[in-house]
Write a protein that binds this ligand. Structure first.
Ligand SMILES: Cc1cc2nc3c(=O)[nH]c(=O)nc-3n(C[C@H](O)[C@H](O)[C@H](O)COP(=O)(O)O)c2cc1C
Length: 337
């Protein structure tokens, strides 16, 4: 992708959406699962340390290889040293990895990240933020985007910050409609994001509390893009237009796919612990599943997780073509209450 890729897409009238970068979620297995159901979305990885990519012998080969079905894949990095961003970019753009773009994290509110001068701390140290983008922009042919927040604590001017990033070479901005101080509390506020787009020539992406494609379409106004994070947990259908509700059979089959991909990209022990948190989320709307949830969060191996899914299939075989989210399956119809 060239540096103007995002602007060109907007010029073509595309209104596409992104999977939000999410640490502990956005690995290759998660991304493949989302994109399989929603081929129109752009994928961004969970964040990786720019310093780590530069200094670790193992990190680049552990996190940059991916499946072609994930393309075009954007890698998110964090850090504070402009030179290390440039060095990390050289690694990321190695043709063997086929990465399509680099996103810079300037929004993470986690204490340990902020204390190290990374993430949302760059909203306070804006000169460093601009130098990072300038240096990165010179070092790579890939498009550079930035994901940030409304401000750090309400005392920074978003328009000034965003203009500085645009001038430094950012070609797309994502704004999570909360301050870093708010972390995830309160509601995301988009009022300023609509206004921000009027001051910039690069596309602005809206992020925060978007539940699904249709909700976003109703509120899009002058924005071109949106990004979904938490509502994608166990729910790749959130990206599908028209309020699509999957059948139980589709949900179970997607769980199997996700589990299989995770075991392909990670080693077994790590996989069996990680898959627990993913699989239970797919069953959110399924009222008869309490007992299976309990089993899913204690599985120790792929065989055990697959066995739970197989048991659900057998026990609820008459309901496989029903749609749990539409509450066609109720506790009453299942004879549970
Ligand atoms: C578990 C988790 C991990 C996250 N990790 C990252 C990250 O690595 N990089 C980042 O920019 N944002 C990260 N975020 C923030 C999300 O990308 C997103 O901005 C936030 O969840 C708000 O969007 P949502 O309401 O659609 O979830 C994370 C959020 C969650 C819940």
């Amino acid at each position: 992708m060239n540096k103007n890729f995002w602007k060109d897409q907007v010029a073509k009238g595309e209104k596409l959406c992104f999977l939000a970068p999410m640490d502990g979620y956005g690995d290759s297995a998660y991304r493949q699962t989302m994109k399989r159901t929603a081929p129109h979305i752009y994928l961004i990885s969970e964040f990786y340390s720019a310093d780590g990519l530069v200094h670790s012998k193992f990190l680049p080969d552990a996190v940059l290889p991916h499946q072609t079905t994930e393309d075009p894949l954007i890698i998110q990095i964090f850090g504070k040293d402009p030179e290390n961003f440039a060095k990390a970019a050289k690694i990321i753009q190695d043709p063997k990895y086929n990465i399509a773009g680099i996103d810079v994290n300037m929004g993470c509110p986690a204490k340990k990240v902020v204390r190290s001068g990374h993430g949302s701390w760059l909203l306070v140290h804006q000169d460093t933020a601009f130098r990072i983008i300038e240096t990165l922009s010179k070092a790579t042919h890939l498009p550079i985007s930035v994901k940030t927040r409304l401000s750090f604590d309400g005392n920074q001017d978003l328009v000034e910050f965003a203009k500085g990033l645009e001038n430094a070479g950012a070609s797309l901005l994502t704004i999570h409609g909360r301050t870093a101080k708010q972390a995830y509390t309160g509601n995301a506020d988009w009022t300023n994001i609509y206004d921000l787009q009027k001051h910039l020539t690069i596309p602005v992406i809206w992020n925060g509390d978007v539940m699904n494609f249709d909700q976003w379409m109703a509120q899009v106004k002058n924005l071109a893009w949106f990004m979904i994070g938490r509502w994608s947990f166990g729910n790749p259908w959130c990206f599908t237009p028209g309020g699509y509700n999957p059948t139980l059979s589709e949900i179970l089959e997607t769980m199997e796919f996700h589990a299989t991909k995770l075991v392909e990209v990670k080693w077994e022990r790590k996989w069996s612990l990680e898959i627990r948190k993913h699989l239970v989320q797919y069953l959110t709307h399924f009222p008869g599943v309490k007992v299976y949830r309990k089993r899913l969060v204690t599985t120790e191996s792929i065989a055990e997780s697959m066995a739970v899914i197989a048991d659900i299939k057998t026990e609820f075989r008459d309901f496989l073509e029903k749609r749990p989210a539409a509450w066609e399956i109720t506790k009453e119809t299942l004879g549970l209450e």
